[in-house]
Design a protein around this ligand. Structure first.
Ligand SMILES: Nc1ncnc2c1ncn2[C@@H]1O[C@H](COP(=O)(O)OP(=O)(O)OP(=O)(O)O)[C@@H](O)[C@H]1O
Length: 808
């Protein structure tokens, strides 16, 4: 595998090159051609014999990896990783994938799904004799940076003997560092946000030749948090590809699968009929505890498990930060680390690597650590805050009891959460037992926290943020049967965090006020809805559009003002249709905002969480009801545009503005730039090749036509940009060629003529002799491990700093 840090095959070639240059005079061009021809013939023979065996694969008779028709190079890689016997999911899925099927793979956590998709990826590219010049062949998408990194480490190991290049594209570093190498990477392991950024901004990066798409943790990748990014990514991928989806909680949503255009997918669920959906070696229990006792419980747990490796889940970044800080200050006698999405990339990597290395340690984390991470020897998973749903529970506890090890998990539930949550877990076939803690054995750290808060206002602020962010997370949860913010005694909770007074919970006050107003206005709103002249887009954003979210505490989220595509029909049926579509949009937006808030992985992009605010601030478009000032401003801006709108409702959308401009035939100003001679300057990038919009006698905006126009414009822009980049590259190449030529001429005068001729011939054979860039220093040498000796020693753990750039 030619990764930036890999040294296997690429390293060997290099060694050969050095050897040849040492004996330049003795090696004949013809011999080299012969040996290359021989090599290709052997590879061809191997490939066709493997392909012949594909149809005979019988998973029930597979005992070792050698029983599966895999290339020698993959088998060597598996041997290097000490993988001998395939697990159930590997036996079932690898064979079907080799036969070319699309796969929906589901198996318990820690059962080896990673190899079940990595092996087919390597075999698929090997079968097609893929090389770095062929560009992107396989795309592996993971929901978090840590998981992508982990997958990258595994593919480096098992793909060590292949010729492909692989790259980790995960954000947290300069995009510029990766741009040059994107189009020469065969296997890209990435997070959705960063991949999309490359698709948008790296002009010469294309996925046109993609052979295989893998979604690890597919249900998470396809859920609302990533919906926008994934839709855009999928649009850029060719339809004729093989798609593999894997997760412990696999999606079967027809809607999700339709987005991926799967071709008769095979559902491989090896544990579907198992008694339980969690690993058998995992012991699971829960306790019921008041919110204000949780901190004492946590401290007591840590003090009682100093010799264990424990992963503790909390629901928000600010809680993790506060609890981590005070536990560190109280010195429990074990290393305490933290991992959450608001940390910078370097700290995130350092914490992850340190926790992997340690024998005994505590890691406090949000749900960014819930999925896929294969951290060795985790003994305990403690869920101090209730998971969002049973699936999240399964992934969180799955960080322990992996493969053939055992582990324990403890879930802490509030009395108000117990009934509904336990019910959900039972429905998901999760065996969990209630246990009780002796309250006398709990340590009390409240006085210590109080004195810490009193002594340092930073600690106090941090405690306030933790307090509000926890309440906010409960408030935003959609399952109100489990999460009931009104059941929380906020005074006691703030006191247990060391605060003398509970901070003001403005979002709750606003919500209560809104509900009260709504109850009072209900009848008058119904009347006003029936008044004539109130139809159209703005109307569709009225109270009715929000009526279905009243029960949800995160109701009244502001509608994205960029939102278009809402029907503006004035008849009743289209109005109600637009209303329901709008309310669906609102619900989706709320879920997305909630996910981003809870996880705040920077790769999920599009969400702002302000660090310095007194509690999380989601971008205005996701905020619950506007406060009085905002309402006034919104209202005055509405009035200035004279848009008929109901009292105290939303600011006009761009769509509404466009419609109003069109209706009133307002001429919009145009910017004209003149040069020194007074001539008009035309910006070629802004020139459109798309025909002008045809005059529409019927009036109104034809959304579909506008969309098509935009797409054409977009294609035109992309082409312009691509041409520009190609031109730059062409110029660079020519310049290099000139330089090389000049150098060669100079050398020719200095060196022995005969030797020079031989050496040149050899390089031509080795490198294909075509591109002068091939003679440039190996970029791996600059960024990579720096060791190109080509020996088979175990590589050192790659430095996370540079793994986010990719190989050449
Ligand atoms: N065939 C095998 N032989 C030995 N160990 C294996 C084999 N396959 C996987 N493992 C080990 O099992 C562990 C779990 O594998 P992996 O991370 O692929 O699980 P997973 O099913 O993807 O889990 P999750 O659902 O949590 O993502 C890893 O440490 C991996 O090295």
């Amino acid at each position: 595998m030619n990764t930036q840090y890999g040294k296997s095959h690429f390293g060997k070639n290099k060694k050969k090159k050095e050897d040849f240059s040492g004996h330049a005079g003795k090696v004949k061009k013809k011999q080299l051609y012969n040996s290359k021809e021989k090599k290709w013939k052997t590879i061809d023979r191997e490939i066709s014999s493997l392909q012949e065996r594909y149809s005979q694969i019988d998973s029930s008779s597979v005992e070792k990896f050698t029983d599966i028709p895999l290339s020698k190079r993959t088998l060597q890689g598996l041997e290097l990783g000490k993988y001998e016997t395939p697990t159930e999911i590997q036996k079932e899925a690898i064979g079907l994938a080799l036969q070319g099927n699309d796969i929906l793979g589901a198996a318990k956590t820690g059962s080896g799904k990673t190899l079940a998709f990595l092996i087919p990826v390597l075999e698929c590219l090997n079968r097609q004799k893929w090389s770095p010049q062929d560009g992107l062949g396989a795309l592996i998408i993971s929901p978090t940076r840590e998981l992508a990194y982990q997958t990258f480490v595994v593919i480096r190991k098992i793909g060590k003997f292949h010729d492909f290049s692989a790259g980790l594209v995960i954000g947290g570093k300069l995009l510029q560092d990766e741009i040059g190498r994107m189009n020469r990477t065969n296997i890209v392991i990435c997070t959705p946000g960063r991949l999309l950024q490359h698709m948008d901004e790296t002009a010469n990066f294309t996925a046109d030749s993609l052979q295989m798409l893998v979604l690890d943790e597919a249900d998470r990748i396809l859920d609302l948090g990533f919906a926008q990014a994934m839709n855009a990514i999928i649009e850029n991928l060719p339809i004729s590809r093989q798609t593999l989806l894997f997760s412990a909680t696999q999606t079967r949503s027809v809607k999700d699968l339709a987005r991926l255009s799967l071709q008769s997918p095979m559902y491989v669920s090896v544990h579907e009929n198992a008694e339980h959906s969690t690993p058998t070696q995992l012991e699971q229990s829960y306790i019921v505890c008041e919110l204000h006792d949780k901190i004492n419980l946590l401290w007591s747990f840590i003090k009682n498990h100093l010799k264990s490796k424990t992963l503790i889940f909390l629901s928000s970044c600010k809680q993790v930060r506060y609890i981590h800080n005070f536990i560190c200050q109280l010195r429990p006698g074990v290393s305490v680390l933290c991992l959450h999405g608001a940390m910078n990339q370097l700290k995130r990597v350092a914490a992850y690597n340190e926790f992997c290395r340690k024998q005994n340690a505590i890691l406090l984390a949000t749900d960014i650590a819930a999925r896929g991470l294969d951290i060795p020897a985790v003994k305990w998973v403690l869920q101090l805050d209730c998971p969002e749903d049973a699936n999240t529970y399964i992934h969180r506890v799955g960080r322990t009891a992996r493969y053939d090890t055992d582990g324990e998990s403890l879930l802490v539930l509030l009395p108000s959460e117990e009934e509904a949550m336990v019910q959900q877990l039972k429905e998901k076939k999760i065996p969990i037992e209630k246990i009780k803690v002796n309250p006398k054995k709990l340590w009390s750290i409240q006085p210590k926290l109080e004195s810490m808060c009193a002594a340092d206002h930073h600690v106090k602020e941090s405690a306030q943020k933790a307090f509000l962010s926890y309440l906010r997370s409960v408030f935003m949860m959609s399952n109100k049967k489990v999460f009931n913010i009104h059941a929380i005694d906020t005074e006691k909770y703030s006191a247990c965090l060391g605060l003398a007074f509970p901070p003001r919970i403005r979002f709750l006050q606003r919500e209560e006020k809104r509900l009260a107003e709504k109850a009072a206005n209900k009848t008058s709103v119904v009347k006003s809805k029936n008044k004539p002249g109130k139809s159209g887009v703005v109307d569709s954003l009225g109270d009715e559009g929000f009526s279905d979210v009243d029960s949800g505490s995160d109701s009244d989220m502001a509608v994205d003002s960029d939102e278009i595509g809402v029907s503006s029909g004035s008849d009743d049926s289209s109005e109600s249709e637009s209303e329901s579509r709008q309310s669906e949009n609102n619900l989706e937006k709320k879920k997305v905002a909630k996910k981003a808030y809870l996880e705040k992985d920077s790769d999920t992009a599009d969400f702002d969480v302000e660090e310095e605010d007194d509690f999380l601030t989601v971008k205005k478009k996701h905020m619950p009801s506007l406060d009085a000032d905002d309402k006034k401003k919104a209202k005055s801006s509405e009035q200035s545009f004279e848009i008929p709108q109901r009292r105290g409702k939303k600011a006009p959308t761009k769509y509404a503005m466009a419609k109003m401009i069109q209706k009133k035939s307002i001429m919009v100003n145009q910017k004209v730039i003149f040069d020194d001679e007074g001539e008009t300057v035309v910006d070629v990038m802004k020139q459109s090749k798309v025909d002008e919009e045809p005059d529409d006698d019927e009036g109104g905006i034809d959304i579909n036509a506008a969309k098509q126009r935009m797409e054409k414009e977009d294609q035109f822009d992309k082409k312009l940009d691509r041409d520009r980049v190609l031109q730059i590259h062409r110029e660079k190449r020519l310049k290099l060629k000139e330089e090389m030529r000049a150098k060669k001429n100079k050398k020719r005068f200095q060196d022995n003529d005969e030797e020079e001729e031989e050496g040149e011939a050899i390089l031509e054979v080795e490198e294909g002799g075509a591109d002068p860039l091939d003679f440039l220093p190996d970029p791996d040498k600059v960024y990579g491990s720096g060791d190109d000796s080509g020996d088979d020693d175990e590589e050192e753990e790659p430095d996370f700093e540079y793994v986010s750039s990719i190989s050449s």
